[in-house]
Design a protein around this ligand. Sequence first.
Ligand code: SF4
Length: 466
Amino acid sequence: MGGYFGVVSKDDCVNDLFYGTDYHSHLGTRRGGLAVHDGAGCTRFIHDISNAQFRSKFEQDVLKLKGRMGIGVISDTEDQPLIIGSHLGNYAIVTVGRIANAAELVRKAYSLRSAHFSEMSGTEINPTELAALYINQGATFAEGIEIAQNAIAGSCSMLLLTDKGVYAARDKLGRTPLVLGRKPGAYAATMESCAFPNLGYEPFRDLGPGEIVRLTPEGVETVALPRSRCQMCAFFWVYYGYPASTYDGVNAEEARYRCGAALARRDPTPVDVVAGIPDSGTGHAMGYALEKRVPFRRPFVKYTPTWSRSFMPQDQPTRELVARMKIIPIKELIQGQRLLFCEDSIVRGTQLRDTVRRLFDYGAREVHMRPACPPLIFGCKFLNFSRSKSELDLAGRRAIKELEGQEGPPPPEYSQPDSPKYREMVERIRHRLGLTTLQYQQLDDLVNAIGLPRERLCTYCWDGRE
Ligand code: SF4
C-alpha cells in the first residue's frame, strides 16, 4: 500500500520532502520516488525499495536536489513520480490507488489514435501514466483531474507538481486519506499525517472525497469542492495506517484501542495474558487488556535491529521464513499460560498457523485469537491490498468453499455473526489454525470503534456491500 507527500515552501523543501515521504507504513511497497521543482523544471529520482529502506536509497540523491516545491511517493510496484510534458505545461505526478478499469481506459485511449504509453513494464501499463493521459484531456489541471477522477473505477488519489504549485486531489470516493498541514512559510499534503509532527507541521484539514486543492507558499486554494459520497477504507484504522496517523479526524491508535475494548466486552473467556501479534495487533491488544483488566505482555518480540521494514522476498516460502525469523518467542512468558492474542485481521492464515503451533510447542496451555475485524470474505477491488490474485486465498473464503462444496459468491449469512453458516465458517478456520478459540470482531463494533458513520466507510471486504 503506497503513500505520498507533497510540499510547497518559501525556503528549500527537500529535507521536509525526504523525511515526509519516508513517514509511511511501507507495507509491501517496491518503489520510492522524489521530484523537486527548482523554478525551471522538475528533477526526479526513483529507486527500488523492495529490499532496502527508503532513506538509505535516497540519502545521496537529496544532496543533489534543490527547490521550493516537491512531491514524493512510496509506490506499490510502478515507477513514480512521472514527469509529463503536455499542453498544460510540464508537471510531475504521483498516484495511490488501483485503477480497476485500466484495460478499458487503455482501449479508449488507443481508439483516439494519438495516445501512447512509454512507461511500460513488460506488457503492464504504468497506472500513473494512464491517469496522466486522462488529466491531459482537460483545458486546465483542475478540469483534467476531474476527467481522470470520473473515468477511473477503483480509486486514485494524486499529487501534481506544476510550476504554479502542488495540486492535491483525493480519490472521488475518498478511499484513501489526504491530509493538509502547515507551518510558517510552508504547506504540505500527505496520506499519513504521522509525517507532520516531527517536521513542525500542524495538520489543519482533511480533503473531502474528490476534492482538489492547489498548494502554494501563500496558502491553499480550493479548485474543486468535495463530493457528497465517501467510502473511506475502514482497513486504515484496522491495519494499513500508521498508528500515529489521524484520518478524517480519527486517530488510528485510538481506534485500535476501541477495537480491542469492543472485542473484550463480548468475550467472557478467562485468560492469564493478553498480547498482540507484532506489530499491528499491539494496539488492539492493549485496548482489550485495559477493558478486561488482564495483564498485557509481549510473549513475542519483533527483532528489528537488522531487518529493514520493507524487506520483501519475492516468493511466498521465503516471505514466511522471514516473517518467522522476525518474531522471537519468550518461553518464560508462554509456558503454562492461557494466552489471548489480538491480531489486526486473518488474511490467508498460513503464518498465523505456524505462530500458533510455536506457541503450543513452547508450552502454552491455551491460545485464543481475537481478530480486530470480521472475517475477510471478499477481495478488495479498490486498493492494492494484497498481492493475492484469488479471493480463495482468504481463509474465510476457503472455508466457505469447503462448506458449500463449490466456488461462487458467498451467501449473505456468512457475514452475519448470528447465523449457523457464519459459526461453521469460523469453526473451520479455528480448526485449521489450531486455536483453542477464535472470535472475530463484529462489523457494527468495528464501525463504532472507528466512530464515523457507516455510510462514509467502505466495508466491502467483510460484507460485500459497495
Ligand atoms: S474492500 Fe476492504 S481493503 Fe478494500 S477499500 Fe474497502 S475496506 Fe478497504
